[in-house]
Ligand binder design. Structure first.
Ligand code: ZN
Length: 292
């Protein structure tokens, strides 16, 4: 958990434009099939603004490839897979023998972002709900990891996210590709709201939760005024507001919608899912009713 996140409204800081990026990618420096340069060129062609190369057990900052992309130093570390992303590669802690909790704690202290990856990969999930609840201090979990579409398990982990949020844990949701080879670079990513496209601006937006998870529906505006949470999109056909423990509180047809927290105790938080055509979707961060 980061104290910098405004849990009543993660989007309060605003920003002039939106920028797409992938925070989970492999290259030939670990088990990926493409070189760092080939991977960077793919994301340039896709119109992305930022990227973190997260090879297994190895901190990468882009291997000196010249690019306009904001490259965030990162690594995918074990024993259970987690992506650690920072601004300074020297501050990413990768100590042999660390437990998952030690690795989380060490990295969060150093102001890195720690994301627990693909909780529903494989029949025996990579993280069970009890394991996610037993760990603490991490920034968030992958709520959609598109490489799992071609592997065993489920790419989608919003049910576990709701169980964490419903139990009072405040963690962000991330959508990533976990790309290993050609064909894995689907347009599934995080979209930050920033005033500048610098590495620091992107990192701060991510650390604050000023971003949403994209897989085909573009959000143009999102935020909160008093107890009213609102979203506007380019291409949603249905918007649902999801509350405590995954309950769907409201559904609205169309490109934009809003939800007002009631006076009673209907839910501690609300998050938004924007559905488009076919499998197109985007997910907001949760808005908690109260600050603490
Ligand atoms: Zn990975």
């Amino acid at each position: 958990m980061s104290p910098a996140i405004n849990w009543r409204n993660p989007y309060a800081a605003g920003g002039r434009f939106w920028l797409k990026g992938n925070l989970h990618t492999h290259t030939t420096c670990s088990d990926g099939r493409l070189s760092p340069e080939e991977v960077i060129r793919i994301y340039e062609r896709m119109g992305y603004g930022f990227l973190s190369i997260t090879d297994h057990g190895r901190v990468s900052s882009g291997n000196g490839v010249a690019t306009e992309l904001a490259l965030l130093p990162g690594a995918e570390l074990g024993p259970r897979h987690m992506c650690v992303i920072g601004l300074d590669p020297a501050r990413i802690a990768n100590r042999a023998g660390d437990s998952s909790q030690q690795r989380i704690t060490r990295n969060v202290k150093r102001r890195n972002i720690v994301i627990l990856n693909h909780p529903d990969w494989q029949a025996r999930e990579h993280y069970t709900i009890d394991e996610l609840k037993a760990l603490s201090g991490y920034t968030g979990i992958e709520i959609y990891n598109s490489v799992i579409e071609r592997l065993a398990g489920s790419p989608l982990s919003t049910a576990k996210w709701d169980r964490l949020l419903g139990s009072g844990m405040r963690v962000l949701g991330f959508a990533t590709q976990d790309a290993h080879r050609a064909g894995d670079h689907l347009d599934c990513c995080c979209v930050v709201r920033v005033n500048r496209s610098s590495r620091a601006a992107v990192f701060n937006a991510l650390a604050r939760g000023n971003f949403y998870c994209y897989y085909g529906v573009a959000i143009t505006d999102i935020g909160r005024r008093r107890d009213r949470v609102f979203v506007a999109t380019e291409n949603a056909t249905l918007i649902r507001f999801v509350g405590k423990d995954g309950k769907i509180l409201a559904k609205t047809r169309g490109q934009s919608a809003e939800y007002t927290f009631g006076k009673g105790t209907d839910t501690d938080y609300v998050r938004i899912e924007c559905l488009g055509t076919g499998e197109e979707i985007s997910w907001s961060q949760p808005f908690f009713r109260a600050a603490v």
